[in-house]
Design a protein around this ligand. Structure first.
Ligand SMILES: C[S@@+](CC[C@H](N)C(=O)[O-])C[C@H]1O[C@@H](n2cnc3c(N)ncnc32)[C@H](O)[C@@H]1O
Length: 269
């Protein structure tokens, strides 16, 4: 991660929360909790929690029930925003590869769109499985391949033209585990040979193309050390408007398919 100071990290996380979470991550968090079978009283760990959307959605479902809900992320800016949003939950700074928890502490361990960013994905999966309680479940969501996600496929091509291959490459990282065979191999190598992988439909919904572009420019690229000029941003928005004409509604909002793969492993898999 680029060395940003605490204020820059929090500003970036605030933009992530404002522009990206409602468009991409909040809807998935509900789907994931349904599939996980989260019930009030369950102990849940949200690994790579970012601004904590999965943990916060779980807490809302748990209501007054005494559930242990913990979010973990290495980025203090993300955790600062998570803490502002839900000060009553437990937010830990740490990495998936080295979880600061004992064996079998959680009924449900979730990582929503984090695995692609981990340096050691095998170690992370092993660690997440280690902290699953007997009878519990691990769920890790990753985006499908870019070829199945028209909005980001178009944006990657445009970024490459306007800002160069490094910037296009930064947008490809979140989609780098889209190959199901590769995901199966990763699970086996991590010792999760009983894990199931299923693909789920999803939809990205932005209020307009500029918001879609700014979500990455302000909420993700600063962490990759990338900044674009206003002129580049305008050009990307102009070209994306054209490329996504078929995905734009009369009110200017853009929506397109955003399928994701879900790794589901039970304790002992
Ligand atoms: C796309 S965000 C997803 C955040 C959140 N789960 C959500 O759905 O909004 C990816 C997150 O992975 C975190 N991350 C990167 N490397 C990590 C690691 N080694 N261990 C845990 N989290 C990590 C980043 O800090 C970032 O918050």
């Amino acid at each position: 991660m680029q060395q940003l100071n605490a204020t820059d990290l929090k500003n970036t996380a605030s933009q992530y929360e404002k522009l990206m979470v409602p468009a991409l991550f909040a809807p998935f968090s509900e789907q994931i909790l349904d599939i996980a079978g989260f019930m009030p009283g369950h102990r849940l760990l949200d690994v790579a929690c970012g601004t904590g959307i999965v943990a916060r959605s779980a807490a809302r479902r748990a209501g007054r029930a005494r559930s242990t809900i913990i979010g973990l992320d290495p980025n203090p800016g993300m955790l600062a925003v998570a803490g502002d949003r839900a000060p009553e939950l437990d937010w830990h700074e740490g990495e998936a590869e080295k979880l600061p928890f004992g064996d079998g502490e959680f009924d449900i361990v979730v990582s929503q769109f984090g695995l692609m960013f981990f340096e050691d994905r095998q170690a992370a999966l092993r660690e997440m499985q280690r902290v699953v309680a007997p009878g519990g479940r691990l769920l890790a969501a990753v985006f499908d391949d870019l070829s199945n996600i028209p909005g980001y496929r178009a944006m990657t091509d445009i970024l490459g033209d306007v800002a160069g291959p490094d910037v296009a490459g930064a947008l490809q990282v979140p989609f780098s585990l889209g190959d199901v065979d590769e995901l199966h191999a990763l699970c086996s190598e991590a010792g999760l040979s009983g894990a199931q992988i299923t693909t789920h439909p999803g939809t990205a919904r932005f209020p307009d193309t500029r918001t879609m572009v700014l979500a990455d420019v302000q909420g993700w690229f600063p962490l990759a050390g990338i900044s674009l000029s206003d002129g580049q941003i305008d050009e990307i928005v102009r070209r994306l408007d054209g490329a996504l004409a078929d995905h734009r509604a009369d009110d200017g909002s853009v929506s397109f398919p955003l399928p994701a793969h879900l790794v589901i492993a039970k304790d002992g898999d």
